[in-house]
Design a protein around this ligand. Sequence first.
Ligand code: PLP
Ligand code: COI
Length: 340
Amino acid sequence: MENIDWKNLPFGYMKTDYNIRCYYRNGKWGELEVSSSEYIMLHMAATTLHYGQEVFEGMKAYRGKDGRIRLFRCRDNAQRFIDSASYIQMAAPPVDLFVEAVKKAVRLNEHFVPPYESGATLYVRPLLIGSGAEVGVRPSREYLFTVFVTPVGPYFKTGFKPVDVMITRESDRAAPLGTGHIKCGGNYAASLTATIEAQRLGYATSLYLDAREKKYIDECGPANFFGIRNNTYITPASHSILPSITNRSLIALAKDMGLKVEQRPVELSELETFEETGECGTAAVITPVGKIFDPQTNRIYDYGSEAGPVSVRLYNQLRAIQYGDAPDPHHWVEFIDDCE
Ligand code: PLP
Ligand code: COI
């Protein structure tokens, strides 16, 4: 694909050649189908449109120095997809069907997987929607599972440079016992007002607090949050945040590196004690947080204009495993050509 400017790709949608579809009807999943259309036909009474029966995943395919294409922890994404779906009463594809669909989507669009060291990756977006027609509030009896892929650059334009974020108290992304822990579209709709407001004021995204007391840190934009203090990796435990697979990986890598790890409710007041802070996720990878602005107190927590040393080590180790530049002791990587 000589006419793609891999080094300057935004985190945006680009048409690729094929996507995968699979239909759930009469209580069972059909065969994987390949489509070259970017559109789906949907009944106007589909439950996804009216009652938000929709869940998705986000993962990436990485081309290594050896040219081979790797997926990172795709079975964990499959399991989270199932967990998300079952929480809002949707039928979900089994892990093997999910993984097969993802591998097929990547394989069929192989020439869209960016070259090694271009800074870009192929983003994979599995999506599940309630496609059956209902008017009463009830789960659909039919579902469409689809996977599309698109080459992307870094989620935050700065890449691995610190971004500034703003604390949000004016709206909540997720209710205390709501859907924050699953990857359903409603959470992202609920986050838009805060995100747009933060961006209007010059911040990359917003930092969400717990909805009940506004005392604890929840998440940071579409990513989990972590702080580093005294050789310890500290990250919030909360029912209303998405269990990030990147964060889970960083926890393991931090332990491998001899850091202590604390996953527990993290009070806002701890911000002043951190030496480094960052956000982590598939799209965000590790994005260091430079400044955190609290509009209630006008206080700015400043962690510096360069990534801190622990964040750098974690970032380098994570990327090295994802691209096949380092051994993979946790068996996180799968090759797209491994099975049919
Ligand atoms: N939190 C939210 C709200 C997200 O959308 C994402 C992205 O998937 C994450 C956290 C990070 O999760 P993961 O590392 O599994 O991509
Ligand atoms: C991801 O990190 O994969 C996400 O899903 C974030 C996305 C909402 C942009």
